[in-house]
Design a protein around this ligand. Structure first.
Ligand SMILES: NC(=O)c1ccc[n+]([C@@H]2O[C@H](COP(=O)([O-])OP(=O)(O)OC[C@H]3O[C@@H](n4cnc5c(N)ncnc54)[C@H](O)[C@@H]3O)[C@@H](O)[C@H]2O)c1
Length: 249
């Protein structure tokens, strides 16, 4: 039980990789709060965790809203007494036919970059009160390189996550708060993926992955689990890439 006694808030935990992280964290002994816009799906994940003997709650959270963040952190501390781990996983895709949309640029930066900043802003005081903790920010291979068919705002937002992670790591290291980023590669499509959800395009994109396959949400969750756990006690400000070798090519 690598997270025994820990309390974790996971954004975007109602679906995809966030759901996998919530289930894995609970299996490893964490009490979990799932913060998401998708209320029915988020409650289902929490109920499945409870049915398996774990402890989970749902908090309706739009990561772009400061009042929602205040409420989600308060819900977590009210329910479980403290906050030890924040996983900033919620995000939207930049896979859209209109790769020069200004509205999409703004939305991508709002959810993927500003949402992560707000999460850190509102969680850090609670982590300080707990005597330290771990923040894991989900970026992407898109935070390192450009890609065809992906709105440049997605790359910009994920690069912002990569570097703001380092800012927070150096600023809060003396508080015992570790802050790291995880960079998934080619994974199942996001709920908001458009062009890259097309099977023919996915087959073409897979050719650029040395391992020749997409990643599984659990493979990313394992990386997040490590960074959240005390096994990573001297790891802060770093980037953990989970991409089947894509960036090594
Ligand atoms: N799927 C991929 O190929 C891939 C690759 C690299 C990185 N990522 C990143 O991994 C993270 C998880 O992606 P996924 O594939 O599980 O996507 P997903 O679409 O399956 O899940 C994203 C979750 O975030 C939630 N969400 C979206 N906007 C929100 C908001 N404003 N407030 C609260 N919750 C919100 C959604 O409701 C959903 O439950 C994202 O940050 C994504 O950018 C995904």
């Amino acid at each position: 039980m690598r997270l025994a006694g820990k309390v974790a808030l996971i954004t975007g935990g109602a679906h995809g990789m966030g759901g996998a992280e919530a289930r894995m964290f609970a299996r490893e002994g964490a009490k979990v709060v799932i913060g998401d816009l998708l209320e029915a799906e988020g409650r289902q994940v929490a109920a499945a965790i409870a049915a398996a003997g774990g402890d989970a709650r749902f908090a309706r959270l739009d990561v772009t809203s400061e009042p929602d963040w205040r409420a989600a952190v308060a819900t977590t501390v009210d329910a479980f007494g403290k906050l030890d781990v924040l996983v900033n996983n919620a995000g939207i895709s930049g896979s859209d036919p209109d790769t020069l949309s200004t509205a999409l640029w703004e939305r991508l930066m709002d959810v993927n970059a500003r949402g992560v900043f707000l999460g850190m802003k509102h969680a850090i005081p609670a982590l300080q009160r707990a005597g330290g903790g771990s923040i894991v920010n989900i970026s992407s291979i898109s935070g390192f390189v450009g890609q065809p068919f992906i709105h440049m705002g997605y790359n910009a937002s994920k690069a912002a996550v990569r570097v703001m992670t380092k800012s927070a790591a150096v600023q809060y290291a003396r508080d015992g708060i570790r802050v790291n980023s995880v960079h998934p590669g080619f994974m199942p499509p996001m709920l908001t993926s458009k062009t890259t959800a097309d099977p023919a395009m996915r087959a073409e994109m897979l050719k650029g992955v040395p391992m020749g396959r997409a990643g599984r949400p659990e493979e990313v969750a394992c990386a997040v689990l490590f960074l959240a756990s005390d096994e990573a006690s001297y790891v802060t400000g770093t980037e953990l890439v989970v991409d089947g070798g894509f960036l090594a090519l």
